[in-house]
Design a protein around this ligand. Structure first.
Ligand code: AMP
Length: 370
């Protein structure tokens, strides 16, 4: 029986374990948080990710190590990789932890992106604004997620305010893309080079947090899907990738621009648990173990709604035809992802009706736009 070590014991780790138990796998998690959704299901070592003194205890008896968040310290990933195979490869972590490295990789591989320029100091910012144009987003290069560490510069008068807010750490200035919608590609690659791709998903965010995903993305043309698969394939090959990779795109007039990638299973892939022939979680495990990848075809079109800040009455959710409830066992707090509901309905009418009923149970937070 194989035991998988997972860095991070949040909901993604929990869903990995839930997918792995039917395959006969065991899990051990490493996380420093007081509350750990995956800790309800499996052994958990509570330690800081920067503390390498626990590496031997953590890896003892493990067959593979993987991770559920991309800000794993590289030193830890490398120390672990000297003892146990770590997938996805630490090189993918390095690329995804730094927005400049990530966009530079995309550009080198021919993936279109928004125009961007590095900003290391105040003078660089003026030069970058001249190069990229306005409006533009000033972003921290590291530790930015869910829209944190960003400042929208609408016109030249706001440059100083942007610097006051974010200056002092390595930054990136990025042209603002007037996109039609946001899409994500979940892809998976095994160590033998085999690959599989889920259909593109359309994502709606509010206050920087994913609210709603629709899978497959509506009105998806074969051309846009082919662009996405081509882009993802290039990144997978370049990194000799093993596991699930997520790339987030902006769609603008039928063209995809790569925004960022996550070397892990992703919130926009939760629908695959019920909606695809093999879930992203199972396929991630299959990939890192060198087992055959499972088919990614759609079983049913789905909507996935995140439960943020509060959880509705389970019985009310489950009364909606086609609704599947997933709760992560977390203490409610504003802005916190506590669970999700996947709605897989037989036809468009049932889906709309289900969504309407679901929205009545899940009050929109003030910033919600989707
Ligand atoms: P990120 O942290 O890069 O995922 O950005 C969070 C959100 O900000 C994205 O999901 C987009 O909605 C928006 N955003 C990020 N970069 C851009 C951009 N260059 N142009 C327009 N919107 C952006």
């Amino acid at each position: 029986m194989s035991t998988i070590g997972v860095l991070g014991a949040g909901q993604l780790g929990r869903m990995l374990a839930l997918a792995g138990y039917p395959l006969g796998l065991r899990f051990r998690f490493l996380d420093s948080a007081a509350e750990a959704p995956a800790g309800d299901l499996a052994e958990r070592l509570r330690a800081d990710f920067d503390d390498l003194t626990h590496v031997d205890a953590f890896t003892d008896g493990l067959h593979r190590v993987t991770y559920e968040f991309e800000n794993v310290p590289l030193g830890l990933a490398e120390a672990l990789a000297r003892r146990v195979p770590v997938y996805p490869p630490p090189a993918a972590l390095a690329a995804s932890q730094d927005r400049l490295a990530e966009k530079t990789l995309f550009r080198r591989l021919g993936l279109p992106t928004a125009p961007f320029a590095r900003v290391d100091g105040r003078a660089d910012l003026e030069r970058a604004v001249a190069e990229v144009g306005l409006p533009a987003l000033l972003k921290t290069r590291r530790y930015g997620y869910d829209g944190k560490g960003q400042f929208l510069i609408r016109e030249a008068g706001a440059v100083a305010a942007a610097w006051d807010r974010l200056g002092g750490v390595p930054l990136l200035l990025e042209g603002f893309v007037p996109f039609d919608r946001e899409l994500s590609q979940i892809a998976v690659r095994g160590p033998d080079g085999s690959t599989a791709f889920y259909p593109l998903v359309e994502n709606r965010h509010a206050a920087g947090i994913l609210r709603l995903s629709q899978a497959p993305a509506p009105e998806l043309t074969p051309d846009v899907q082919a662009q996405s698969v081509g882009h993802a394939r290039r990144v997978l090959e370049e990194l000799a990738y093993v596991g699930v990779l997520t790339i987030e795109f902006f769609e603008e007039k039928g063209r995809l621009l790569a925004n960022e990638m996550a070397p892990r299973v992703h919130n926009s892939g939760h629908w695959t648990i019920e909606g695809a022939q093999t879930s992203q979680f199972e396929n991630h495990l299959r990939a890192i173990l060198g087992w055959p990848l499972g088919p990614t075809a759609v079983r049913a079109p789905c909507l996935m709604l995140n439960l943020i800040g509060a959880v509705p009455e389970p019985a009310a959710v489950l009364a909606i035809p086609g609704a599947h409830l997933h709760l992560y066992g977390k203490t409610p707090r504003p802005g916190r992802k506590l669970g999700h509901v996947t709605l897989c309905a037989g036809d468009a009418g049932q889906m709309l009706d289900g969504l309407r009923r679901l929205r009545a149970l899940v009050p929109a937070e003030p910033a919600e736009d989707g």
